[in-house]
Design a protein around this ligand. Structure first.
Ligand SMILES: [Zn+2]
Length: 286
């Protein structure tokens, strides 16, 4: 089985607030073990977490060997104050703060740096994000400082301009990347950046009634089409389901992601080669 290159063990795929509340009186091992056991059952032996604000992913890494899992975590994700990212990490105001946080990742034994540089999807409206992305220059400096500290960088980014800025700045992986244009897909294909398109959160929302079906379907289809194009252009594309997101359970989420990717790719051999190579690079870098 392929590895899970984007998960949040702190979330449970059902109710974010309840899942986080389980750790409010200190770290609770039971939900962490439940997630690890679900991956073990699905045959998953490599997991890259996207981080959380409570130390849950760090604890998961301590327990993971018992489940035969190689677990990587940034401990917490880093975002600019006033922008999206509070639910998975910590914020900075200026570059001194940012360097301080990168140093904190190092002190806490983080495997890599995770940064948030754009908003999240508005599933009610095709094309809409919760907020505009950071400035290209800010994205460049965030990536540069993390690289200088010796870390690979996982970048949460949606929207063509924001993703383009992250790729130009040498992001090691770009997560989600909804609404890419053909130009940015070509840019990706000409770069070393690995794209993790996380199809499962949107694909699994279809038919659940939480958001307008038409919008969800349009978002899903545009991302599927872009994954197909990226693979045919020879871009580096990896497998990560954003497990923990609503309706994306740990373990099963990766199986869902693979099924969507297979549909998007058309040719399963092409897909297997791409995600196998992406995973090997992620294991080596992160
Ligand atoms: Zn995530």
């Amino acid at each position: 089985m392929f590895g899970e290159c984007h998960a949040h063990l702190i979330m449970d795929g059902k109710n974010y607030k309840e899942a986080v509340a389980r750790h409010k009186d200190g770290m609770a091992d039971a939900p962490i073990r439940a997630g690890l056991a679900a991956w073990q059952e699905a045959g998953v032996t490599f997991v890259r977490d996207g981080g959380d604000a409570k130390g849950v992913s760090r604890r998961a890494r301590e327990l993971a060997a018992e489940y035969g899992i190689d677990y990587r975590t940034p401990v917490f994700a880093i975002h600019k104050r006033g922008h999206y990212g509070g639910i998975v990490g910590r914020s900075f105001d200026d570059w001194r703060d940012y360097r301080e946080l990168v140093g904190e990742v190092k002190r806490q034994g983080g495997s890599f740096v995770k940064i948030m540089v754009s908003g999240i999807m508005d599933f009610g409206r095709f094309g809409a994000l919760s907020e505009p992305g950071l400035e290209p220059e800010e994205i460049r400096v965030m990536i540069e400082i993390a690289h200088q500290a010796g870390f690979a960088v996982m970048v949460h980014a949606n929207g063509a301009d924001t993703v383009s800025a992250a790729v130009s700045a040498g992001a090691d992986t770009v997560e989600h990347g909804n609404y890419l244009t053909d130009d940015v897909l070509r840019q990706l294909a000409g770069s070393e950046t690995i794209w993790i398109p996380t199809l499962a959160p949107t694909g699994n929302l279809r038919g659940c009634g939480r958001f307008p079906e038409e919008a969800v379907e349009a978002i899903f289809q545009s991302q599927m089409e872009n994954v197909g194009k990226a693979l045919s252009l020879g871009a580096h594309v990896g497998l990560g389901s954003d497990a923990g997101a609503y309706l994306v359970p740990h373990g099963q989420g990766l199986l869902d992601e693979y099924a969507y990717m297979r549909e998007a790719a058309g040719d399963e051999a092409v897909l297997q080669k791409a995600v196998g190579e992406a995973e090997a690079r992620i294991k080596a870098l992160f």
